[in-house]
Design a protein around this ligand. Structure first.
Ligand SMILES: Cc1cc2nc3c(=O)[nH]c(=O)nc-3n(C[C@H](O)[C@H](O)[C@H](O)COP(=O)(O)OP(=O)(O)OC[C@H]3O[C@@H](n4cnc5c(N)ncnc54)[C@H](O)[C@@H]3O)c2cc1C
Length: 466
């Protein structure tokens, strides 16, 4: 037998032993059935899915501990998985790992508005926590556009943002503590249940955005806040994306802080027009979805003032939602952009570069010039209020090399402008080769050394991020 053949048969042997040892604990929730494996083989990155060696669906912390123990003993790689809505390929197996799907650990264990926190298992759907909090007059602010299916564990592991981040910040602000299971089965609790707490290193924050490379998040204490009394929404039309960027900038410069400020450029509007429940005005080149929240009168006054400022900066029209139903139709128009573009174009390569907010117009101009030069169609939409632009290159498979070149140029430009290669989706494998655009080799090596402390055998989500 060849050396490679020997390695393969050893790996196979390990999977069989892993299955045998855990079957008594997990029953039907451990499998090698190809159909079930296919359900956990990919994500929303557009990258090719790959079957793992096995998959497990633990129902509680102790089962995760058992999985982590056996995997360490047999030297098997482990991939934590939430809903698989990630856009960086971070849950795509290399082929030999075990996917640990945490979606069945989906209980809200405690909701304590009086202490401003909730304790949750990692598989709770983001929107479910927000809705439960809202029944008490509270809210969980992080609201990725995928919130109706993404999990809180996935949100923490990617440090997810969303439309409300412009005012409320991203996930890390709301994680007070976690329970983690490390490969080998050790369990640690970090953080606190109080608003303040500075004892020791902030290991909670280290786990936020770690993309499953350090250990499993099996519980989290999340901060909830009183819900605003009112939310007001407007849809503003502009002749083009550049003037929309300048309109957005003017609002901030004048001292206003919207609770949402989202951009839809011309290509995005054209893609979503047919399916949008909100009637997109004809002949517009770009739009901003703007929201303001707070006490009823203040939210309304602020929204009108923001519309006026945008009008002075080039907005041609402003439609203000008259009720909750109209507000939802406007939001839906924004939420449907990604799927509409996916349906319209054979290939949609999505990136999420971010720059200091006031630099958005400069970034937009650069992207437009590059796309023109390379003859690539592109759509820009997303969280313009955070300086976070979803640049989507829309092309045929033949154009892939050109598109990859343009991706790199855009990321280099964002970093030169003091921004980042990824504002919210993470590195995974989609941007693994681009991390060095932003970070020095020394900094990358320091992070690898840190990973070794938590995961000395290199079992957690192997070959992701670095
Ligand atoms: C239409 C659409 C809109 C989106 N909009 C946004 C947006 O507005 N903002 C935004 O930030 N993202 C957005 N995303 C991306 C995605 O939804 C987020 O990254 C989300 O946080 C992923 O959650 P998930 O449960 O699907 O995690 P998964 O995709 O399953 O996993 C993501 C990462 O988290 C790790 N992980 C998952 N659970 C755990 C756990 N319990 N312990 C340790 N590691 C874990 C995985 O290993 C992986 O590295 C969008 C995606 C889509 C498809």
């Amino acid at each position: 037998m060849s050396f490679l053949g020997m390695l393969r048969s050893m790996a196979l042997n390990h999977v069989e032993r892993f299955m045998k040892r855990l079957a008594p604990v997990l029953g039907e929730r451990i499998t090698r059935d190809p159909e079930l494996l296919a359900s956990v083989a990919g994500d929303e990155s557009g990258l090719a899915p790959q079957l793992p060696a096995a998959a497990v669906w633990p129902q509680n912390r102790d089962e995760v501990v058992e999985v982590a123990k056996e995997a360490a003993d047999l030297g098997m790689g482990l991939i934590p998985r939430g809903a698989g809505s990630g856009k960086s390929g971070a849950v795509i197996p290399g082929g030999h790992e075990v996917v640990v799907d945490l979606s069945k650990m989906n209980r809200i264990l405690e909701l304590r508005p009086q202490d401003l926190y909730a304790i949750v298992e990692p598989g709770v759907i983001t929107e479910v926590l927000d809705q439960s909090a809202s029944e008490e007059g509270f809210m969980y602010p992080p609201d990725p556009a995928s919130k109706s299916y993404s999990t809180l564990g996935g949100n923490i592991a990617t440090n997810a943002g969303g439309p409300r981040a412009v005012k409320y910040g991203v996930t890390h602000r709301y994680v007070w503590g976690i329970e983690m299971v490390l490969p080998g089965g050790d369990v640690f609790r970090t953080g606190r249940h109080s608003i303040k707490g500075v004892a020791g290193y902030d290991l909670t924050s280290l786990f936020v955005g770690s993309e499953g490379t350090l250990g499993f998040i099996t519980q989290a204490t999340l901060h909830i806040v009183p819900a605003p009394k009112a939310v007001e929404t407007a849809f503003l039309s502009f002749p083009d994306a550049l003037s929309a960027s300048k309109g957005a900038e003017a609002v901030f410069t004048k001292g206003y802080l919207p609770s949402t400020m989202e951009l839809l450029d011309h290509e995005s509007l054209e893609a979503v027009r047919a399916v949008s429940p909100f009637r997109i005005p004809e002949d517009i080149g770009a739009a901003l979805l703007v929201e303001s929240d707070g006490a009823a009168e203040v939210a309304q006054q602020d929204l009108y003032r923001m519309c006026e400022i945008a009008g002075d900066s080039g907005a041609s029209d402003c439609v203000v939602a008259r009720n909750e139903k109209e507000r939802q139709t406007m939001r839906r128009a924004r939420q449907l952009v990604s799927s509409s573009l996916k349906e319209k174009f054979p290939l949609k390569i999505s990136d999420d570069i971010a720059v200091p907010r006031s630099q958005m117009a400069v970034l937009m101009e650069y992207a437009q010039a590059e796309a023109l030069k390379e003859e690539i169609t592109f759509a820009a939409y997303g969280h313009i209020g955070d300086g976070n632009l979803h640049v989507n290159l829309l092309c045929d498979v033949d154009d892939l090399p050109k598109a990859q070149g343009m991706r790199i140029k855009l990321m280099q430009k964002a970093v030169r402008m003091q921004g980042t290669v990824s504002g919210e989706h993470g590195i995974g494998i989609h941007k693994r080769d681009m991390l060095s655009i932003e970070q020095s080799q020394e900094l990358i090596d320091l992070q690898k050394r840190l990973k070794k402390v938590f995961d000395p055998q290199g079992l957690m989500n192997p070959n992701k991020v670095f």
